[in-house]
Design a protein. Structure first.
Length: 575
């Protein structure tokens, strides 16, 4: 504990910071509320502030830029509201306990000690010249975790700053009142740790940044390692360090990384709930959380029935005399090995030269584009182009081919047959919808594209034509275009989703029972024991649209080697 005089000074300093926080919160509350109302009002009145006029090119251009201007205004208000709301939440979070630590640091070559108070977020005076609280993730705050009083240093973008730490102090603050204050050395004080942990069991994990140990801090702030594996006994703080590392990375690289770009794989859904409050307590948005099985189901569950890990374990514990048991166990071991990982990588390189499999695009029981045409087009691209990039080039080629085929289908009998079956109400509704499409789209509507596609057709080819539209003459063509376009929409959607690649066939191709063919495709010198049986079991599962648990991860990895990695939309993963 500290002397009574020091205690009094610390309480006065705490009162000062609390007062500044209350003043700042009171000042920003009307701004937050006002901006929220402005955003709501702009959204509500968006189209009232825009006059849609597409009679001439000049009117269309004016409409386009009017909408762009209104959209920019809305974006600016939303951004301002988001920034102020984040600052408001940060200050509200600091108010009950503004900081938990302090170091006094004298920089080498400079006179006087700088008092650095450390909390879960930064807070400065109104003029921004004096930091009353430093975020625990700032470079200077790292000394609190890494050093004891004496020689100390911290890294900055401009290089290392050295000096002397003359004081290291810890606080326990509740409701803006000091509960405990004591000076400490290198390790976080046992008394503080016991008080934090002695609050009793909780259904949710807490962000105890005040008790980070030196070794944990090295993990949290490691910027040199592309991959980091942390091992430790149960209760050693692995999960805490991992979540605090996420918070640190989001703080340091906030211009490049957002929370929805990070996925936490949990052992079970209950764990997701347990850790769900940690990042919000540290002032960050929550990352995406899921189990690995849910992740596999998300990407593969629509195409396959996936075995879960418990079923795999149950099989592994079944009698060894069961039919195919030894082959299955050998397959499990091999498919989880580094050798198979390298084999998949080599297989992807081989596919860049030969062996790609595609699915033809069919429409109304006809092949519009055959698998052979796709293969020919794919291998016409330079072999130096990455496999995934060639897939994108092929996708774009297919979309262009579909656009050309769509035009040809306007003359097809089926399109005119469907036109004949439209009743009067459908006829009028479809035509009206097409005619007004330019005027009734949302704020994110691509007017330039729709102008070229729809409005340009309505106005005629020549600039000087009279703006009179002959509805009767154009009615049939417009409706035919609409019918064919809607019919081709599922084809375009499947192409954009890369469904024209036969990934199951490519994975099955690996297990053709011919060991020599496998070696040629993968550059692998050896194959596991009972290889023909392993191949037979794997292919039988694939034929039934099922996957062993040991096949799910390799299948998904191969899929991403071919198609490229994909970002998971935050709406697709439970938080």
């Amino acid at each position: 504990m500290i002397h009574a005089e020091d205690w009094q000074r610390e309480q006065e300093r705490l009162d000062l910071v609390t007062g500044e926080l209350q003043t700042a919160i009171a000042g920003i509350e009307p701004e937050v509320s006002g901006l929220r109302e402005q955003v709501t009002e702009i959204r509500k009145r968006f189209w009232e502030e825009v006059t849609v006029n597409t009679s001439t090119d000049e009117d269309f251009e004016e409409t386009f830029y009017s909408i762009k201007q209104q959209e920019a205004l809305l974006s600016e208000r939303e951004r301002s509201h988001r920034v102020r709301m984040q600052r408001y939440k940060s200050m509200k979070r600091l108010l009950p306990s503004p900081y938990f630590g302090r170091i006094d640091f004298q920089e080498e070559g400079q006179g006087g000690n700088e008092q650095i108070y450390i909390g879960v977020a930064s807070f400065a005076t109104e003029d921004g010249l004096d930091f009353l609280v430093y975020d625990w993730r700032t470079p200077i705050a790292s000394m609190y975790y890494d050093h004891s009083p004496g020689a100390a240093a911290y890294e900055t973008p401009g290089g290392e700053i050295t000096g002397t730490m003359t004081l290291k102090r810890q606080y326990r603050i509740r409701a803006a009142k000091l509960q405990n204050v004591f000076d400490t050395s290198l390790t976080i004080g046992d008394e503080l740790l016991q008080q934090v942990l002695g609050k009793g069991a909780d259904s949710q994990m807490r962000s105890i940044v005040a008790t980070i140990q030196k070794e944990q801090n090295a993990i949290i702030r490691d910027d040199r390692s592309r991959m980091l594996i942390v091992q430790g006994a149960a209760g050693s703080g692995k999960t805490s360090a991992a979540l605090q590392r996420v918070a640190y990375l989001l703080y340091k690289h906030r211009e490049r990384i957002t929370a929805d770009q990070i996925v936490l794989f949990s052992p079970n859904p209950m764990f997701n709930s347990y850790v769900s409050t940690v990042l919000p307590e540290l002032g960050e948005e929550n990352m995406q959380q899921t189990t690995f099985q849910e992740y596999l189901e998300h990407w593969l569950g629509t195409e396959f029935r996936l075995e879960d890990p418990f079923a795999q374990i149950e099989y592994a514990m079944s009698p060894e005399t069961a039919p195919g048991y030894k082959a299955r166990m050998s397959g499990m071991t091999y498919k989880a090995s580094g050798d198979f990982l390298q084999a998949l990588r080599n297989y992807a390189l081989w596919l860049g030269q030969e062996g790609m499999l595609f699915r033809s695009i069919r429409f109304r029981e006809r092949e519009l584009i055959t698998a052979a045409q796709m293969k020919s087009q794919f291998y016409s691209y330079a072999p130096t182009i990455r496999l995934a990039n060639r897939i994108i080039l092929l996708r774009d080629w297919l979309l262009r081919e579909l656009a050309a085929l769509e035009v040809k289908e306007l003359e097809a009998d089926w399109a005119r047959d469907e036109l004949d079956y439209l009743d009067t109400e459908q006829y009028a509704e479809a035509y009206s919808t097409l005619l007004k499409k330019v005027q009734r789209q949302s704020a994110v509507f691509d007017f330039a594209e729709q102008y070229e596609e729809i409005y340009g057709e309505l106005r005629g080819q020549e600039q000087g034509e009279e703006n009179v539209f002959d509805y009767a003459d154009q009615e049939e063509e417009l409706l035919l275009r609409l019918i064919v376009k809607e019919s081709f929409k599922p084809l375009r959607r499947e192409v954009r989703r890369l469904k024209f690649i036969d990934v199951p066939g490519l994975y099955s191709q690996l297990f053709a029972e011919d060991a020599e063919a496998y070696r040629q495709m993968t550059g692998t010198a050896a194959v596991p024991e009972l290889w023909p049986d392993i191949c037979g079991q794997t292919r039988q599962k694939l034929d039934r649209l099922e996957l062993f648990y040991e096949d799910a991860t390799p299948f998904l990895y191969l899929k991403e080697l071919i198609e490229g990695t994909r970002r998971i939309p935050s709406s697709d993963i439970s938080l």
